[in-house]
Design a protein around this ligand. Structure first.
Ligand code: PLP
Length: 473
């Protein structure tokens, strides 16, 4: 189909006087808006007929890539399984029509969803209380660290202004600590990718009295299970600090083990990762925070009302649709899928840390470094074959990180097809490297200048005209 006409900017399709709507006759008489509230001249809006508008946006939507288009092996921030039943439940008019200021006795059903979801999260994590208020994982980290800060302050312990964060941590961990006014101390990883306990001991010996908390992700950002957690928790508690668990990606542990049982005091989960809300484009999300008994009173107010209720609704539907027994399959299947891909790719791609992984793993680019083909080239080439790229250049521990998470719900056929394409790209890198370096060839837009796009985004039509960049776009 020829998308060209409708694929232009909507402003370029505009014709003066064209209308895509008709309004009923005004039965209420004219009302003059106060002069100071009025524009001096009309807003410059595109003028188009209805079909042009509908086709324009429909065709653009086809240029997006989402889990409903194809495999999406993005590690760490993965889009997990988003079953349709969750969307149906979240869209029930009895829930979507609610107002947060409605009298409590008229919203008993919604309150029950929140209460039961919190109870399920307590059961799954071993925490004693949850709040659904935070809007995202990072927001949950901030709320959780505020709990910890408030807890130390309540004991008159004002010297604890540092947080220990592993060097493999997700970038939001140190960022949240900084926003909370805490200094970040980095603890190193061992060559096997897990926290270096000896280094940690040294840090605690030197600065124990100033440490507010240690933040950990488990499985960590390399997809590895941190086996030393009980020992780490003992060391950290021993010097009066608390343990914070980043549970953004809880799926490999669901129903198998619980952060509360490992010695964590405060944690967040990402409902928009592990518990089924799609999160492309930055939201909406939900990062509930769980705490151990005795810390409930320190939870801060981080948002008005009840958080993102529709996300909670999807999470509760997801938990109920799996049930107590099937939810225990999530972790093993996520782990099996990740290990299967890892083993199939390790002949062509460099696997810096071998052994069993959990739900995700990291490759350090192609094994054959002589081709000059980088991780970015591989990621771009995957787009030509209809796959979303894995996470690239994160974690920062390796130069050519390529982080793959298949999730628990992909069929073996899908996974085998992805493996075949990854191997094919490795072969292309050897036989026709330029083809890979210039990819993508099949997408509407070729390779963009990432730095320019990030540092100097052109987001308005007028700016675009002014910069005369239309031809390039
Ligand atoms: C995604 C993620 C976060 C942050 O969650 P947001 O909802 O994006 O703020 C934190 N930690 C880990 C390990 C993550 O994967």
């Amino acid at each position: 189909m020829n998308n060209r006409l409708y694929g232009n900017l909507i402003f370029e399709l505009s014709h003066e006087g064209r209308r895509g709507y008709s309004l009923p006759k005004n039965r209420f008489g004219d009302y003059d808006l106060p002069r100071e509230l009025r524009r001096e001249k009309d807003a410059e809006l595109p003028e188009c007929d209805e079909l042009t508008v509908v086709r324009h946006y429909t065709n653009h939507s086809g240029n997006n890539f989402g889990v409903n288009n194809g495999f999406y092996p993005l590690g760490s921030c993965t889009m997990k399984y988003n079953p349709c039943i969750g969307e149906e439940m979240a869209a029930l008019p009895d829930f979507t029509g609610l107002h947060p200021l409605q009298p409590a006795e008229t919203v008993a059903g919604a309150q029950a969803v929140c209460t039961l979801l919190c109870r399920s999260l307590c059961e799954l994590t071993g925490m004693d209380a949850f709040t659904l208020k935070p809007y995202a994982g990072a927001h949950g980290e901030l709320a959780g660290l505020m709990v910890i800060r408030n807890y130390h302050a309540s004991r008159g312990d004002s010297k604890r202004n540092k947080v220990i964060v592993p060097d493999s941590a997700h970038g939001t961990n140190p960022a949240s600590a900084a926003v909370c006014g805490l200094d970040v101390i980095e603890v190193k990883s061992c060559p096997d990718g897990t926290v270096d306990v000896d280094h940690l001991k040294g840090l605690l010996e030197e600065q124990g009295g100033e440490i507010a908390a240690m933040m950990m992700t488990n499985p960590n950002t390399l997809g590895l299970f941190e086996k030393a957690i009980p020992e780490i928790a003992q060391l950290v508690h021993g010097c009066g600090a608390l343990m914070y668990y980043d549970g953004a990606n809880l799926n490999p542990l669901l129903g198998a083990c619980r952060p509360g049982d490992m010695g964590f005091d405060v944690m967040h989960v990402n409902l928009h990762k592990t518990f089924s809300t799609p999160h492309g484009g930055g939201g909406p999300g939900s990062g509930p925070v769980g705490v151990r008994k005795g810390l409930e009173g320190f939870l801060p107010m981080v948002s008005p009302y009840y958080g993102n209720f529709a996300v909670a609704m999807r999470a509760y539907a997801y938990i109920l649709s799996l049930g107590r027994d099937k939810i225990k399959m999530v972790g093993p299947l996520a782990t099996l899928n990740a290990n299967y891909i890892k083993e199939q790719l390790k002949d062509d791609y460099l696997l810096p840390i071998g052994g069993l992984c959990k739900h995700e793993f990291v490759l350090d680019g192609l094994k054959d470094k002589s081709t000059g083909v980088t991780t970015m080239d591989v990621a771009k080439r995957l787009l030509d074959y209809g796959y979303h790229a894995p996470t690239v250049y994160f974690p920062l521990l390796f130069h050519e990180s390529l982080m793959i998470e298949p999730t628990e719900n992909e069929s073996k056929d899908t996974i085998d097809a992805f493996i075949a394409v990854m191997r094919r790209i490795a072969r292309e890198a050897r036989e026709c490297p330029e083809e890979v370096k210039q990819a993508p060839h099949q997408t509407p837009i070729g390779r963009v200048d990432d730095v320019l796009a990030a540092k100097h985004p052109v987001v308005t039509y007028r700016q675009l005209i002014a910069e005369k960049t239309i031809g390039e776009i």
